[in-house]
Ligand binder design. Structure first.
Ligand code: AMP
Length: 592
C-alpha cells in the first residue's frame, strides 16, 4: 500500500508524519528534531540552507534568507534571496522537498503523495498556491486540509457521535481559533477567527525589550542597537520563554554579550514567570476575544464545546491554558505535542484516504491535576485552603513543572508543603497525597522569602516533590509513589472527612500552609504565641466568610489584612488590638 505522508507547512515551522503500524510517527532529521524551521537561505558561497542553519543566519544575513513565506502564499509577488527572485510557491516547495526526502529516506522508498495542511482562513488562491508548491516539490497533493481539521482528527479520528471541538492554535507568528464539528469521521469547520500577526515572536520581542531595558539601566548600553548582541539575545530569550512554561523562574546568563571601553560586559538576570505573564497578558486577551467571536459566529456557548485542543508551540504557555480554562470552564487538552499534532492529523487523513487502518493515538497523561495547598482566595474569599495547581490534568508524561511561593512574615522559620490531587479550587475537596515541612529557613529573611516547589512526575506515576529556599538552596524532597492512581468518589469523601479532621474545621484552629506557626522560631515567646493565635484566628474567620453577610465580610477581610500586616511587621500592639476586634466578631457570628 502506498504511503501518503502528512505535511504541516507552517509559517514558523513545518513537519512531516507518516502512519506506521497504525500510529502516527514523526519523521526526524539527523539531529533527532521533528521540526523543520520554515526558513531558507543561501550561505556566503551560494549553498542552499534549509531549516535551522538558515534560521541561524537570518538576522546577520537577511538579504540571503527568507522567512515566513506562508504569509505571501497566493500573492502575485516575489521574494529576493541573494539577488535572485523566487515566487512564494518556489520557496515553499523547498520545505516540501526537504520533508519529502526525509520521509523517503526514513521509509527506504520513494514518496510521491501528500496531504498538506493550510489555515482555515486560506482562500482558494492560497490553497491553489500550496498545491502548486507541492507539485514543484514532486508531490501529488491528494488533499489540502484545514489545520484545525487535522488537529481534530488526531483527537477524534474515530468519533462515531457528534463532538464539537475548539481548536486554539497559537504559533510563532499567527494565531487562529476554530470551532469544528466531528461526526462519523467527517470534520466540518463551523467558524474561525484569528490574527495573522500575533504569536510567540511578539512574546520574544517583549521579553527582549524588557531584558535590554534592564541591562541599559545598569550599563547605559542598548543591546538592541548591536546586531550580533540582539540576534544572540533574541535566541536566548526565546529559550527562556520556553522554559518559563515549565519553571516559575529562569536564569538568563549570556557572558561577553558586549564590550565597553575594551571591558567585556556580561548579562545575568533572573526572569520570573509572573513578570513575563504581565507582559503578554494584553496579547492573550486579544486571543480570548477571538474565542468569544468564534463561539458567537457558530451560535454556540462555552458549554456546547466538548473539547478544547491546543495547537502551536506558544499554546504551551501556562497563562494561555489558565485563561482558556477560566473563559470556557474546562481544561484544555494538551496531551499531544502541540507542535506536532497538525502534521500527525494530516498523516491520519492520508492513511484514511489510502485505506490504511489507524488506531487511537495513545499517550500517557496525568488524569488529575497535582498541586499544593496555599494561602490565597477560594471563591473570591481569602482562604488558607487554596489549591495551587503545579501539573495540570491531561499533561503528557513525564512532566516537570515548578511554581514559586513566598513566606508570609519576616523570620518565618518553616513552610508546610501539602500535596493534593484533584480539580477543585479548595484543597478540602481534593485528595491529600502527601506532605512535609521545609524547616530551617533563613530567619533573617523578610516576608516574601521565595520557595520554589518542583514536581517531577514520571511515566510510572511516581511524583517527586522538591521544595527549595531560593536564597540559600536549602532543599527537601518527598517521593510519592502512585501519585496518579484513580481518584474514586468514595476516596474523595474519605479524603474530605480526613482533611476536615486534620484541619479541625470550624471548631478547632487551622494551621495555614506556607505560614506555619513559628515553633522553632527565635522570636520571643510572647510574640510567638501571639502570632500563633493570630494565625489560628485568621483561619477561623476565613472559614466563616462564606456564611456571613456582605457587611461582615468586608469588616472581617479588613481585620484579617490588618492582622496579617501586624504579623509581618512583628507589631505586638497591633496584633493585640486587631486580634481582640476580630475575635469579638468571630465570637458574635458563631453565637448567632
Ligand atoms: P509553531 O509556529 O507552532 O511551530 O510555534 C512556534 C512558537 O512556539 C515559537 O514562538 C516558539 O518559541 C514557541 N514555543 C515553543 N515551545 C514553547 C514553550 N514550551 N513555551 C512557550 N512557547 C513555546
Amino acid at each position: 500500500m502506498e504511503t501518503i505522508i502528512g505535511i504541516d507547512l507552517g509559517t514558523t515551522n513545518s513537519a512531516v508524519c507518516v502512519i506506521r503500524d497504525g500510529k502516527p510517527a514523526m519523521i526526524k532529521d539527523a539531529d533527532g528534531s521533528a521540526i523543520l524551521p520554515s526558513v531558507v537561505g543561501l550561505d556566503s558561497q551560494g549553498r542552499l540552507l534549509v531549516g535551522q542553519p538558515a534560521r541561524n543566519q537570518a538576522i546577520l544575513a537577511p538579504e540571503r534568507t527568507v522567512k515566513s513565506i506562508k504569509r505571501k502564499m497566493g500573492q502575485d509577488t516575489t521574494v529576493t534571496m541573494a539577488d535572485t527572485k523566487y515566487s512564494p510557491q518556489e520557496i515553499s516547495a523547498i520545505f516540501l522537498r526537504t520533508l519529502k526526502d526525509r520521509a523517503a529516506q526514513e521509509l527506504g522508498r520513494p514518496v510521491s503523495k501528500a496531504v498538506i495542511t493550510v489555515p482555515a482562513f486560506f482562500n482558494e488562491t492560497q490553497r491553489e498556491a500550496t498545491r502548486q508548491a507541492g507539485e514543484l516539490a514532486g508531490l501529488e497533493v491528494v488533499r489540502i486540509i484545514n489545520e484545525p481539521t487535522a488537529a481534530s482528527l488526531i483527537y477524534e479520528a474515530k468519533a462515531d457521535h457528534r463532538e464539537r471541538l475548539l481548536v486554539y492554535d497559537l504559533g510563532g507568528g499567527t494565531f487562529d481559533v476554530s470551532i469544528v464539528q466531528v461526526e462519523d469521521g467527517v470534520v466540518e469547520v463551523l467558524s474561525s477567527h484569528g490574527d495573522t500577526h500575533l504569536g510567540g515572536d511578539d512574546f520574544d520581542e517583549l521579553l527582549l525589550n524588557f531584558v535590554c531595558q534592564r541591562f541599559q539601566e545598569q550599563h547605559k548600553l542598548d543591546l538592541r542597537e548591536i546586531p550580533t548582541a540582539r540576534s544572540r539575545l533574541l535566541q536566548a530569550v526565546e529559550e527562556v520563554k520556553k522554559q518559563l512554561s515549565f519553571d516559575a523562574c529562569v536564569e538568563l546568563n549570556e557572558e561577553f554579550i558586549a564590550e565597553r571601553d575594551e571591558t567585556p560586559l556580561h548579562l545575568k538576570m533572573e526572569l520570573y514567570r509572573n513578570e513575563y505573564e504581565e507582559m503578554i497578558e494584553p496579547l492573550l486577551k486579544k486571543t480570548i476575544q477571538c474565542v468569544d467571536d468564534s463561539l458567537q459566529d457558530a451560535r454556540l456557548h462555552a458549554k456546547d464545546i466538548d473539547k478544547i485542543i491546543l495547537v502551536g508551540g506558544s499554546s504551551r504557555t501556562p497563562l494561555v491554558q489558565q485563561m482558556l480554562e477560566s473563559q470556557l470552564s474546562q481544561t484544555p487538552h494538551q496531551e499531544i505535542d502541540p507542535d506536532l499534532c497538525v502534521a500527525m492529523g494530516a498523516a491520519v487523513q492520508g492513511a484514511l484516504i489510502a485505506g490504511q487502518d489507524v488506531g487511537a493515538v495513545l499517550v500517557d497523561i496525568t488524569p488529575h491535576t497535582l498541586g499544593v495547598q496555599c494561602r490565597g482566595y477560594v471563591h473570591n474569599m481569602p482562604s488558607v485552603y487554596q489549591f495551587s495547581p503545579i501539573i495540570h490534568r491531561n499533561t503528557a508524561l513525564p512532566a516537570t513543572r515548578s511554581e514559586l511561593y513566598s513566606t508570609m512574615f519576616r523570620g518565618q522559620p518553616a513552610v508546610e508543603v501539602n500535596v493534593f490531587q484533584g480539580e477543585n479550587v479548595d484543597v478540602r475537596n481534593n485528595q491529600f497525597i502527601g506532605g512535609f515541612v521545609l524547616d530551617g529557613l533563613d530567619e533573617s529573611a523578610d516576608a516574601g522569602n521565595e520557595i520554589l516547589c518542583r514536581f517531577d512526575l514520571n511515566l510510572d506515576g511516581m511524583l517527586i516533590v522538591t521544595a527549595i529556599e531560593r536564597s540559600t538552596g536549602l532543599e527537601k524532597r518527598l517521593t510519592i509513589k502512585n501519585a496518579i492512581t484513580e481518584f474514586r468518589a468514595e476516596g474523595h469523601e474519605e479524603a474530605r472527612a480526613r482533611l476536615a479532621e486534620m484541619f479541625g474545621d470550624r471548631t478547632s484552629p487551622v494551621s495555614a500552609t506556607r505560614h506555619p506557626v513559628p515553633e522553632e522560631s527565635q522570636l520571643p515567646e510572647g510574640e510567638r504565641v501571639a502570632i500563633k493565635e493570630a494565625i489560628q484566628l485568621i483561619a477561623k474567620a476565613t472559614n466563616l466568610l462564606p456564611h456571613v453577610g456582605e457587611e461582615d465580610v468586608q469588616e472581617i477581610q479588613e481585620l484579617i489584612e490588618q492582622l496579617e500586616d501586624a504579623i509581618a511587621n512583628h507589631s505586638l500592639s497591633d496584633l493585640g488590638r486587631y486580634h481582640e476586634r476580630l475575635e469579638d466578631i468571630v465570637f458574635y457570628l458563631q453565637e448567632a
